[in-house]
Design a protein around this ligand. Structure first.
Ligand SMILES: [Zn+2]
Length: 192
């Protein structure tokens, strides 16, 4: 069975309310895209240093069904993110613009158990549990949060001069790039 040949893609409604309840149990694939302002992403909004015109995230989503042996076809979700936000640079403590370009692929599975059983070596396809009111906005926000550097910094050598109260010696003693955030540990495990 190939549902792609049966049902056309449905255009997603892009209001935040609609994105909070997308029916991923429906048998048709989706496509859609839009722009999310920082204010529409509550967990990100509380952590930015300022909001400049143009800050936010363009997103593009495209799904299709793929046959899996011995079961119902699974919906595959391709998500593209492209955007910018501002955080405090941890070197000079000034605002720092962070650009983000990400491509992710997910596989919709019917149960939490199946998500847990998803092979961990599959590092390019993350399982999500489908529901009739799937919070796509939250999933997009999750991906942005996972993609951001844990220690935001200006690119090497571009910090504002005279802004640091730590002196030059601190340059040698910067915190490691990857502190022990459980999400990143999980991601690192998946990459092995
Ligand atoms: Zn800086």
């Amino acid at each position: 069975m190939n549902r792609n040949q049966v049902l056309p893609q449905v255009e997603l409604s892009t209001t935040p309310d609609a994105l909070r309840k997308v029916d991923f149990c429906a048998s048709h694939p989706y496509k859609g895209g839009g722009f999310l302002e920082i204010s529409m992403l509550p967990r990100i909004a509380q952590d930015v240093s300022k909001i400049e015109f143009g800050d936010g995230f363009h997103w593009k989503l495209d799904t299709h069904f793929e046959d899996v042996h011995g079961g119902e076809p699974r919906q595959i979700v391709d998500l593209e993110l492209n955007g910018r936000l501002h955080k405090v640079c941890q070197r000079c403590l000034k605002d720092c613009s962070l650009d983000l370009v990400e491509k992710r692929q997910f596989i919709m599975v019917p149960t939490e158990t199946e998500a847990d059983e998803h092979p961990i070596e599959d590092d390019y396809r993350e399982p999500l549990v489908a529901s009739q009111q799937f919070d796509l906005l939250e999933a997009i926000e999750d991906e942005i949060l996972l993609s951001l550097p844990l220690i935001p910094k200006h690119p090497e050598g571009t910090c504002e001069p005279h802004a640091s109260s730590f002196g030059d010696s601190m340059g040698e003693l910067e915190a490691p790039e990857k502190p022990k955030n459980p999400f990143n540990i999980l991601k690192d495990i998946k990459k092995i």
